[in-house]
Design a protein around this ligand. Sequence first.
Ligand code: D5M
Ligand code: FE
Ligand code: ZN
Length: 529
Amino acid sequence: MGNRPPVVAILLGDSPVTQCVPRSLPVRIVKRLTAAGLNADREAVTLLAGAGDPAQAVEAVLDRIDQEAVTVTTADVRPVLDDDRVRTDTNVSTGGQNGNNQTTEADSTAEIKGVKTTESTSSRAERDPDSPSVSEDVTGASTGTGVYEDFVAVFRDRYDRLSSILRGRVNHRPTDALESMAGGADGALIGLVTDVRSTRNGHHLVELEDTNGTFPILVMKDRPFADAVDELLLDEVIAVEGTLSDDSSILFANTIHFPDVPRTFDPSTADRHVQAALVSDLHVGSQEFLNGAWSRFTDWLHTAAADPVEYLLIAGDMVEGVGVYPDQDEELDVVDIFEQYERFAEHLKAVPGDMEIVMIPGNHDAVRLAEPQPAFDSELREIMSAHDATITGNPSMVTIEGVSVLMYHGVSLDELVAELPLESVSYEHPAQAMAQLLKKRHLAPKFGGENRIAPEKRDYLLIEDVPDVLHSGHVHKLGVDAYHKVRLVNSGCFQGQTAFQRSVNITPDTGTVPILDLDTLDVTVRKFT
Ligand code: D5M
Ligand code: FE
Ligand code: ZN
């Protein structure tokens, strides 16, 4: 046995259980029983949680229970509680599929950015990761059927909520009120960008739409903010202050405001040293899935160096899927979608059982392609049940240890790279594209492009609350940066270069895992290739 503590400590640590049962204790008990292939009656769990030493009681039940049993009942628990013999040998395996956890620190793991040396505090096992809380998730709340009214509703919601962010900064007028103002007067407008074009002289004509109509804005090419026009995407919401033409038919822009992240934004951090590994894009089932890199990563998670890593966030594309791209089947290792998830579930078992896992789907996963994507359905959850992961939609705002992480797979990043003429926004720098999403306060600003969007009554892709961390994947490129103190992380992937990526000259960042310090929001990138 290596340096992992026995499972008893993973369950409960050293904290004595008195009359006050911690909220997560029953969850820990169920997890341990599930890992051993058993269901449990609620009463049985309650009895175990109330034991003098619940961890030992659980292990004693597991020792004694009939091999054929599928459910732990009170009849299995009572004899154990009546028996006050104290077992001393609690050296049980963690239940992961990697038997050899003797590694201290895998030689193959190299740091890219300097790791802060932290004093060794108590191990992960002795602490207890919080259950993540989730918001802004469409799962179970999807009402859209794609009818006209749904489109009206989602744009209305987008306009209402983004304009309220901008309203404090400009004294805006509705489009129809601007028309009746005196020529030459100063005016301001908040609206969705519905058209951007250049005039013959190289100036820019931007059309904004609000709930009352549309209004044209002229941005002169020599104005210092004219570059902002290059950052505009159709359907995003901006505010413009300017001066009306003599006939009040056009507004000459003096400033352009994006909803943006306030400069004063100060992120929340955890109040103890605890870390999260942010991964994405495993593509299990693809011939290019990097089994070796994943194993090195999960082996490392079992070492002492990874003790503070209590959370694993997976930002989509768990599996390669089927029929996602033309000719994709030529690169499939596993052709059946359910078998792909079964394989993925096996790989997940290599993650230490005491880590909290959060997963959202991506465009290769077996949920609807249109965003917002709901979480995996019950059939897929069942396949992935071993770890009791938090399975939620794309996007989702996930709060761990007081730190809000906006998880979004990242399909709109392709569109930003393709459409924004900015040099800084490219596949080489995915975090720059992520910064644009924060600036626009929207995860998929452009409606009806390559990125399929399902109209819901609420615009789930809008970033109403500024997250402390934005976590994406999809482009298979590593990116770590910050925007107005929001930590930006784009995970690399666990899939080698595909034929398509070769054809467009994209070299993916494989086996790179950003490790986020939740107490400082610092990131250390580890490489497992
Ligand atoms: O996406 C991985 C990255 O590669 C993402 O930037 C899209 C791009 N990609 C990959 N294959 C294709 C095809 N066939 N057409 C267009 N774009 C592609 P992922 O979601 O992992 O496939
Ligand atoms: Fe992917
Ligand atoms: Zn993807």
